[in-house]
Ligand binder design. Structure first.
Ligand code: HEM
Ligand code: HEM
Length: 215
């Protein structure tokens, strides 16, 4: 079981992730052609200006108005990438399979950043219950997605600290990590890809056509 989830399953997850993202990208670029305004409205200057404003913490009014969500969102996303990429266990596994290796986080730092991601997921959950405007647009799939993202962090932490049976936990962890990767292209987690395009389009339309700001 261990060889299966640490070998072929990682391959399958990586292929589905890269293939799925490529499919979504090509599909989006093609379907955007059918809309008469998308390509003609696109502007490099206004698109990049908007993207920059939405990637810098507190640069937009919306972020300043909900500063606690902004802090949690940025901390969450930074750790979401930092932890799996620079985790010693992951780097060692990657180096073993492929050869290249790079710097790693210390175990203590990795643990704390993992806890931070889980706390951020709890924050998103509570926010969905507490704010009526967010509750209104929440459906079961939002909870499932949040669980899919939190699961590799919770199970990775449990495996590392040898809570319950180590071997079972590490297998559950690898399966949950693979599920998360494969879910990205086909669920709303695909905002990882679409964020860049929706933002540049909005920035272009607001800047070049309406002469207004979108931040
Ligand atoms: C599918 C491929 C994956 C494999 C094969 C894998 C493998 C592992 C292994 C072997 C460990 C170490 C357990 C120990 O210390 O004994 C680990 C820990 C961990 N992994 Fe993964 N993992 C995968 C995907 C992911 C993903 C996608 C994430 C998050 C996005 C993730 C987050 C973590 C975390 C947070 C820890 C524990 C960190 C700590 O508290 O120190 N893993 N993983
Ligand atoms: C570089 C790529 C990414 C960007 C620019 C991005 C951007 C965003 C933004 C702007 C939000 C809204 C936050 C708010 O309301 O303040 C968000 C929420 C979120 N993102 Fe991402 N994201 C990225 C990648 C990812 C990835 C890879 C995952 C998971 C695999 C992810 C999981 C989430 C989750 C769970 C939420 C919160 C959902 C909720 O409110 O329940 N993001 N992201």
């Amino acid at each position: 079981m261990y060889s299966l989830v640490s070998g072929p399953l990682v391959w399958i997850a990586s292929i589905v992730f890269v293939g799925g993202m490529t499919y979504q990208l090509v599909n989006m670029l093609k379907s955007a052609k059918r809309d008469k305004v998308v390509y003609p409205y696109m502007s490099l200057k206004y698109g990049l200006r908007s993207l920059l404003h939405w990637l810098v913490p507190f640069a937009s009014r919306n972020m300043r108005e909900r500063y606690e969500t902004t802090i949690v969102t940025f901390a969450f996303h930074i750790c979401l990438f930092l932890v799996p990429i620079f985790l010693t266990a992951h780097v060692v596994m990657f180096a073993f399979a492929w050869g290249p290796k790079w710097g790693t986080l210390s175990e203590g730092v990795a643990d704390w950043l993992t806890v931070l991601v889980v706390l951020a997921a709890v924050f998103f959950l509570v926010r969905r219950w507490m704010l009526p405007e967010v509750r209104f647009v929440t459906s079961l799939s939002d909870y499932v997605l949040l669980a899919v993202v939190a699961a590799p962090f919770v199970t990775g932490f449990m495996a590392r600290h040898q809570w319950f049976d180590y071997e079972t936990m590490v297998i559950i962890h690898m399966v949950s990590g693979a599920v998360m990767l494969m879910a990205i292209p086909f669920t709303r987690l695909s905002h990882m890809l679409f964020f860049v395009f929706t933002r540049t389009y909005m920035g272009s339309e607001f800047g070049a056509v309406r002469n207004a700001r979108d931040w």
